[in-house]
Write a protein that binds this ligand. Structure first.
Ligand code: FES
Length: 123
């Protein structure tokens, strides 16, 4: 277990997505009203930055690029979503948010490479 401080919980308004870098690991934290999730900063579909394109409503995180969505309470995939979110374990201590970061979580985009042109792929 490697618990690392992300920020004060109060820094992330309800229903928002905020990007952080913790010891060189980029992640986004989502406040979905009933709790927090810390996840990799990109959509597992086609690498869309979730701090910009992620929208949270009624505990559902939706990537507005192609509408993949996940229920942040259960992590269940919604609708046409085809890949689960990876998550870092999070906890709060005295108002501070901590994430258990053993190493950077990443998605394998090999199977999607054929769908993207080089510009997208290397972003
Ligand atoms: S890139 Fe997020 S849904 Fe397609």
């Amino acid at each position: 277990m490697t618990w690392k401080r992300i920020c004060e919980a109060a820094e992330i308004p309800e229903n928002s997505v905020k990007k952080f870098e913790v010891d060189g690991v980029a992640l986004v934290v989502v406040n979905y009203g009933e709790g927090f999730r810390a996840i990799p900063p990109i959509c597992p579909h086609m690498e869309e930055p979730l701090a910009e394109s992620g929208v949270v409503a009624r505990c559902i995180l939706t990537c507005t690029k192609h509408l993949w969505a996940w229920d942040l309470r259960t992590l269940e995939m919604q609708g046409e979503t085809e890949r689960p979110l990876k998550t870092y374990e999070v906890k709060q201590e005295n108002g501070t948010l901590l994430a258990n970061i053993e190493g950077e979580l990443t998605y394998d985009f090999d199977d999607a490479a054929g769908d993207s042109d080089d510009d997208d792929f290397f972003k």
